[in-house]
Design a protein around this ligand. Structure first.
Ligand SMILES: NC(=O)c1ccc[n+]([C@@H]2O[C@H](COP(=O)([O-])OP(=O)(O)OC[C@H]3O[C@@H](n4cnc5c(N)ncnc54)[C@H](OP(=O)(O)O)[C@@H]3O)[C@@H](O)[C@H]2O)c1
Length: 365
């Protein structure tokens, strides 16, 4: 291993007790294990699961004190053994690991480790804060659309088939329909854009109609107003595509699944993917007699995207650089300003529109 660092401790923000305010403190700078890189964290984005982590212990469980922040960007400081894809000084962005046994792979600290397969160099012309807005939401929606088991298994949008053989290559994406509930969420917008890159024929989304123009520009083909009644939403969708042909529904926002079930095919094999626990959806599907509908949770972690993880991280920066994926809006918190960080997490509590915050751990308040 090679190093350019002199100190061995760092500043960090901890979840010390679940449901209590975050705490400022110090901890050792981690060593990157084999296959990992150590990053000087220049930027980390706070996401809804960070709020659930602080308030309910999501991903944290008993591992207290723990650290939040899964979207991480910064400068490579050290290489673990067997890392050949990066060099010290590279500016990179990547996905930390909220279930890592220690808080080493979390962003609300000055130094963090990243799996070198779940990271990429930041393309020229892309700001570090722009890049940090992607990892979790992009990984999750990519997995949902393209992973053969954990997702829908739509044909992969890679032209370089030597990287990974094209799954479902005999399916013409233009003939496919995906319904995205919550296309106005950040994770939903990425799903629309990936579906567009993959040339899926009908990308129907349920979202606020005030976002119609922007969602159409991302590639959605139809916008159904999410504030209409559930019956009206389902009818409008079935007027576009016959119900038996709606076999792929990606619900990015719901915690109960009556809307998704009122949309999906009742006769053909179908899948509803959800970003929230699927148990109640599975029960409701059974209760309503959906024999051929699988309701499945998507866990947007690095491990779940394999074997697509490496090619995904090759293509994501290219798509960002080429403007095929639009950089979302965000705000910046300079330094470990506990009050502003707490307030950014509070914003995610009620599902209303949020301007996500990126934190600069190296800045002094
Ligand atoms: N399982 C996983 O691995 C995973 C990964 C990523 C995210 N998630 C979860 O996915 C959810 C969304 O995350 P995010 O960061 O994308 O959130 P976000 O951008 O903050 O989503 C907020 C937006 O969701 C839309 N929305 C809220 N309720 C809706 C409803 N009933 N119908 C349709 N749209 C609705 C609204 O869009 P409009 O502007 O259109 O009203 C709102 O602006 C969070 O709960 C997050 O924890 C899970």
């Amino acid at each position: 291993m090679t190093s350019i660092m002199a100190t061995s401790t760092q500043h960090a923000i901890f979840v010390k007790d679940i449901g209590k305010p975050l705490v400022y403190g110090e901890r050792p700078i981690p060593e990157p294990p084999k296959g990992y890189i150590l990053i000087k964290v220049l930027s980390t984005m706070l996401l809804p699961h960070d709020t659930y982590g602080r308030d309910q212990g999501l991903f944290i469980g008993e591992r207290l004190p723990y650290i939040l922040g899964t979207n991480i960007a910064g400068v490579v400081e050290k290489l673990g053994d067997d890392v050949t894809s990066f060099k010290i000084g590279d500016h990179v962005f990547g996905q930390g690991n909220p279930v890592y046994p220690t808080p080493d792979s979390a962003g609300l600290q000055e130094y963090a480790i990243l799996d070198s397969e779940a990271a990429a160099k930041i393309p020229e012309g892309v700001e570090i804060d722009d890049a940090v807005s992607f990892p979790v939401n992009a990984t999750t929606s990519f997995e949902a659309l393209f992973h053969p088991e954990n997702g829908f298994g739509f044909p992969l949008p890679f032209t370089d088939t030597s990287i990974f053989p094209r799954a479902n290559k005999n399916i013409d994406p233009a003939t496919q329909t995906v319904v995205i509930i919550g296309g106005g969420s950040n994770v939903g917008k990425l799903a629309i854009q990936f579906a567009n890159i993959a040339r899926i024929g009908r990308i129907i989304t349920v979202a606020s109609i005030r976002n119609k123009t922007s969602l159409l520009s991302l590639g959605a083909t139809h916008i159904i107003d999410r504030h209409d009644t559930p019956e009206s939403i389902a009818k409008q969708i079935h007027d576009i595509v016959q119900r038996e042909n709606i076999t792929h529904v990606y619900d990015c926002v719901s915690w109960e699944f009556s809307l998704a079930l009122s949309i999906v095919s009742k006769t053909d094999a179908s899948k509803i993917l959800t970003l929230h626990p699927a148990k109640s959806g599975v029960a409701l599907a059974q209760e309503q007699g959906f024999d051929k509908c699988q309701v499945q949770f998507v866990a947007g972690g690095n491990e779940f995207l394999r074997p697509l993880l490496k090619p995904f991280w090759k293509y994501l920066p290219l798509w960002v650089k080429e403007g095929k994926i639009v950089i979302p809006k965000y705000r910046v918190i300079e330094g470990f300003d506990l009050e502003l960080i707490e307030s950014a997490l509070d914003d995610y509590r009620d599902g209303s529109p949020v301007l996500p915050a990126v934190v600069h751990p190296q800045a002094r308040k």
